[in-house]
Design a binder for this molecule. Structure first.
Ligand SMILES: [Zn+2]
Ligand SMILES: [Zn+2]
Length: 268
């Protein structure tokens, strides 16, 4: 078993040390895990996103907390030889911050870099408490998706990322707000998006956190996985997007069923 999307307690919305996660993974017989703390450096969302927990301190996302992260990972690799440990990151993509993101990730030896769209026009699309703002900003599914895929295309073309995380995250609140039609509408965009990803050698993750939602689907849905097969995307990551130790391994088995059903290769 493997899980490449784990949020240790650097992020304000996560809890648990690297060691806590590693011990749990060993107990459950995992062969390999990868950590993906959040990097969110949108100036427009500075108040809500731009902070990191470092021990008892809260520090700026732009400070050198990643050196601490890497030295912790190295320590853990020496201490726990029975499991493979990878150092990844999950980066929220913001068009206006692209160069700064590029500079930051270049400084560190990440094993992989997940790119994610978490906000549109500085409104979070992943947090329920910002749903009202989302409804005000986009009057229908078409407008909402147009903006999402515009940014996703930019993120892919930046070539900063090795993988795109939860590629159809727009459905998390989108199904409820804009209706189930966003499923079909999204697929129309995804054909070209997946081709672009293939050309740029960027892969995607099977993220099982969607199984926690009422729609009980992975990100991406199986319709999108079938499109990936058509386009020729060959390698995938699997991740549970765990933010708390108590959720460790949540629905990862369901993700593995999809991996098996579509004969996908899981590798970095
Ligand atoms: Zn994410
Ligand atoms: Zn995540």
């Amino acid at each position: 078993m493997r899980d490449y999307h784990l949020h240790p307690g650097y992020s304000l919305d996560a809890e648990g040390s690297l060691e806590d996660y590693i011990k749990m993974a060993i107990k459950l017989n995992y062969q390999e895990i990868g950590f993906t703390p959040h990097l969110e450096i949108s100036k427009k969302r500075k108040e809500s996103d731009d902070f990191i927990k470092l021990g008892n301190r809260i520090v700026d996302m732009r400070s050198d907390w990643l050196s601490h992260y890497f030295s912790e990972v190295e320590k853990m690799k020496k201490k726990y030889k029975e499991i493979k440990i990878k150092a990844g990151i999950e980066v929220g993509y913001y068009e206006e911050e692209e160069e700064e993101i590029r500079e930051i990730v270049k400084r560190y030896p990440f094993d992989y870099i997940l790119g994610a769209i978490h906000s549109l026009d500085s409104i979070s699309i992943t947090e329920a408490k910002e749903n009202e703002r989302l409804i005000k900003a986009f009057s229908n599914a078409g407008e909402y998706l147009e903006r999402y895929f515009y940014l996703l295309k930019k993120a892919i073309e930046s070539r900063i990322f090795t993988h795109i995380a939860h590629i159809d995250i727009y459905k998390k609140f989108g199904y409820k707000i804009f209706g189930m039609e966003i499923k079909v509408l999204g697929l129309r965009y995804l054909k070209d998006i997946l081709k672009l990803m293939k050309e740029n050698n960027i892969s995607l993750e099977i993220n099982t956190s969607g199984f926690r939602q009422f729609f009980k689907e992975s990100y991406p849905s199986e319709e999108i996985i079938r499109l990936c097969k058509k386009v020729g995307i060959k390698r995938f990551l699997i991740g549970s997007d765990t933010h708390y130790l108590k959720d460790f391994g949540d629905y990862i088995h369901w993700g593995y069923l999809i991996i098996k059903r579509y004969r996908l290769k899981v590798r970095l």
